[in-house]
Design a protein around this ligand. Structure first.
Ligand SMILES: NC(=O)C1=CN([C@@H]2O[C@H](COP(=O)(O)OP(=O)(O)OC[C@H]3O[C@@H](n4cnc5c(N)ncnc54)[C@H](O)[C@@H]3O)[C@@H](O)[C@H]2O)C=CC1
Ligand SMILES: O=C(O)[C@@H]1CCC=N1
Length: 274
């Protein structure tokens, strides 16, 4: 299969990560085009990746097999309405916008039924360590599913979902998830400093521990609960800390936080889809 020609609408951070991933996989620069009203974004992305860029979104569409919508949710409706007349019927639409449903995209892209893949990536895509949930509507062919999967797996792991609604849960777990780990890093660093460590030492201890624990959890053949048990000596220091976490309702708090994120994702879809 020849590699598809891909147009990026919006050349911000997520688009730059995806384009970087594709180029690192050997996709030719002339197979990728991008548009953005920002002259700075256009200059940066063409300098970094050698691709052609355009100020007018419609100019990026020429011969595109796949169009990646990488703009903020708030401008998506206007962007889609502007593109609709120019889109070939067979083009695959891939949207990475939070809170924009396939139905809304279909409505804004006009009466022609469109093949749409809705994705929720996350920011570690910048380091090609991302993870994305993907949902394909009924118009998407097997070949197009493969194209979408190739695009997202250029920046990490790509997982298909059977129901679009599950995107809200993916947003709660992994879309917003990096921020939860950053929060824990901030809190552990502050607590280490409170215990008397120099701030830089507390930060380094925390970061290397986070990295080591994540790698152990990824590479081990036992689950996180077992790895935790192996660190926790009976009546030891870890047990004292875990008991303090649990007395404060840690698990319930995590559940509440993820419920809030999933609820907000569904609410945004409702508001932005109008
Ligand atoms: N940042 C995150 O953690 C995640 C973001 N996303 C989604 O990715 C999408 C892009 O986000 P970022 O790359 O972080 O934002 P960004 O602000 O870096 O990029 C958006 C780009 O769109 C451009 N733009 C504005 N109006 C435009 C128009 N009319 N036509 C074409 N381009 C236009 C802007 O100049 C900007 O360069 C958003 O929809 C967001 O919901 C998805 C998952 C995670
Ligand atoms: O906070 C947000 O709404 C977006 C979606 C996932 C990550 N950032």
């Amino acid at each position: 299969m020849t590699s598809p020609r891909i147009a990026f609408i919006g050349a911000g951070n997520m688009a730059a990560s995806l384009i970087g991933g594709l180029r690192a996989q050997g996709v030719a620069a002339d197979a990728i085009r991008a548009s953005d009203p920002g002259a700075e974004q256009r200059a940066r992305i063409s300098a970094e990746h050698g691709i052609q860029t355009f100020a007018d979104n419609r100019d990026a569409l020429t011969n595109a097999d796949v169009v990646v919508l990488a703009v903020k949710p708030q401008v998506m409706q206007a962007v889609c309405r502007d593109l609709s007349a120019q889109l070939a019927p067979t083009t695959l639409i891939v949207s990475i916008a939070a809170g924009i449903t396939c139905d809304s995209l279909q409505r804004w892209l006009g009466p022609q039924p469109r093949a749409i893949v809705r994705c929720m990536p996350n920011t570690p895509a910048l380091l090609r360590q991302g993870v994305s949930g993907l949902f394909a509507n009924a118009q998407v062919s097997t070949m197009q599913k493969h194209q979408a999967e190739q695009l997202l797996s250029a920046v990490g792991v790509a997982l298909w979902l059977d129901e679009e609604q599950l995107i809200d849960a993916v947003t709660a777990v992994s879309g917003s998830g990096p921020a939860y780990f950053f929060l824990l890093i901030e809190a552990m660093t502050a607590a280490g400093e409170q215990l008397g460590l120099p701030r830089a030492t507390a930060a380094q201890l925390t970061l290397q521990t986070a990295l080591g624990a994540a790698r152990m959890a990824c590479e081990s053949d036992v689950d996180a609960a077992e790895l935790r048990r192996r660190v926790t000596s009976p009546n030891g220091t870890t047990e004292a800390a875990i008991k303090a976490f649990q007395a404060g309702g840690f698990e319930q708090l995590v559940q509440q936080a993820l419920n809030a994120a999933a609820h907000r994702s569904a609410e945004l879809a409702e508001q932005l889809g109008q």
